[in-house]
Design a protein around this ligand. Structure first.
Ligand SMILES: *Cc1c(COP(=O)(O)O)cnc(C)c1O
Length: 365
């Protein structure tokens, strides 16, 4: 009998490693960019109510949710698609447009789901250099070939927290040939208030080849639900609708999503909390003598003097109950990523970092 053999490239994929939390006795799980203020309460309530009709299949077209999204963001409901977490859409776009021999471009420090999705369809990853923790439009454009099918950018970016400006996005789009799909992953877009930020939705309204992906996981605090959405041209949405599962979003998720969009109080609270504590964390950690990449998302990337120092700090914080994200897989082995947490988590982790920096045996370690 022939051995089971997955398609070429599959075994080259490094499995995704999530943010760690060894046990439940931690003081702060600040490793996965989860909501600092818990889940949106209106969504939780709607989710519970949906439990009574679990014997029914969900609406396969997520109609009510698409209409609510359309109203909320000012978009056409028939050009939206709802998905089981935006990660799901990232893989679907690869499945739809890329295959063996095709190239998919993204930054060298980009979100790990891009290489996973690219390699799982047998396409080739083309990574381009980023500059000063930012997506570099010129480097992306220089890497485009006849074989390029997809370009992924994240704005704001994970793990850096930086964003692509309106001008940069326009220049990127203008320089791309029509046969390339530009995916703008906006997982953290809801957190941003900067005036030169562009979430890409307006571009996706007129362009044939732009897909914007968004999620309920981050600002709405619904990561456990697995709910995301995309907005693109009718052409791209039609393609996604052909390959997605017919019941890809559960009924409780759809109901929770609709309720979340109606909970402005929660949204504002989440944004205000983040604005306050993102600034506080950046300032406090910089004052410890560490470089903090200026972020507009719900996390900060922190640079240490060396890889050894970053690892030592990570272990030191773990011993005190705080879990940050190691950045080896993102090409930043001398950095740690810290999610904005609740008040006591933020104060606690900064105090613990201060103890690390001021530890007496520092020179020997
Ligand atoms: C968290 C995250 C997502 C994933 O969102 P889900 O909807 O939970 O799958 C997508 N892109 C980036 C960059 C993220 O950090």
């Amino acid at each position: 009998m022939a051995p089971l053999t997955p398609r070429p490239g599959i075994m080259d994929i490094a499995p995704y490693v999530g943010g760690q939390s060894k046990d439940t006795s931690y003081k702060g799980k600040l490793s996965s960019n989860e909501s600092a203020i818990g889940p949106c309460p209106a969504a939780v309530e709607a989710f519970k109510q949906a439990a009574d009709t679990l014997h029914r299949y969900p609406d396969g077209g997520s109609i009510e949710l698409r209409e609510a999204l359309g109203q909320h963001y000012g978009l056409e409901a028939d050009r939206l698609v709802c998905v089981s977490g935006s990660d799901d859409l990232l893989s679907m776009i690869c499945r739809a447009y890329a295959g063996p021999g095709d190239e998919v471009i993204f930054g060298e420090n980009a979100f790990l789901m891009y290489p996973i999705s690219t390699m799982s369809v047998g396409a080739t990853c083309v990574t381009v250099e980023e500059t000063e923790y930012r997506v570099n439009v010129d480097n992306i454009l220089a890497a485009v070939t006849e074989r390029t099918k997809i370009v992924f950018i994240t704005s704001p970016s994970n793990p850096t927290g930086t964003y692509t400006t309106k001008d940069e996005l326009a220049r990127l789009y203008a320089g791309l040939p029509d046969h390339v799909v530009l995916v703008i992953d906006g997982a953290y877009a809801d957190f941003v208030t900067a005036s030169d930020f562009d979430d890409g939705l307006e571009l996706a309204r007129t362009a044939e080849n732009v897909l914007v992906t968004r999620t309920f996981s981050k600002i709405y605090g619904l990561a456990g639900l697995r709910l995301g959405w995309g907005y693109a041209s009718a052409q791209i949405i039609d393609v996604i609708n052909r390959i997605r599962g017919p019941f890809n979003v559960g009924a409780p998720s759809q109901a929770a999503g609709v309720a979340a969009l109606g909970d402005d109080t929660f949204f504002e609270a989440a944004r205000t909390h983040n604005d306050t504590w993102l600034a506080w964390l950046s300032e406090q950690i910089s004052a410890l003598g560490l470089f903090v990449v200026p972020s507009v998302a719900n996390f900060v990337l922190i640079r240490f003097g060396s890889e050894t120092e970053a690892q030592a700090c990570d272990l030191f914080l773990q011993d005190r109950g705080y879990f940050l994200r190691r950045m080896d897989g993102y090409g930043f082995p001398d950095h740690l990523r810290l999610t904005v947490g609740a008040v006591d988590e933020n104060e606690g982790v900064v105090a613990a970092m201060r103890s690390f920096i001021e530890r007496p045996n520092r020179e020997e370690s």
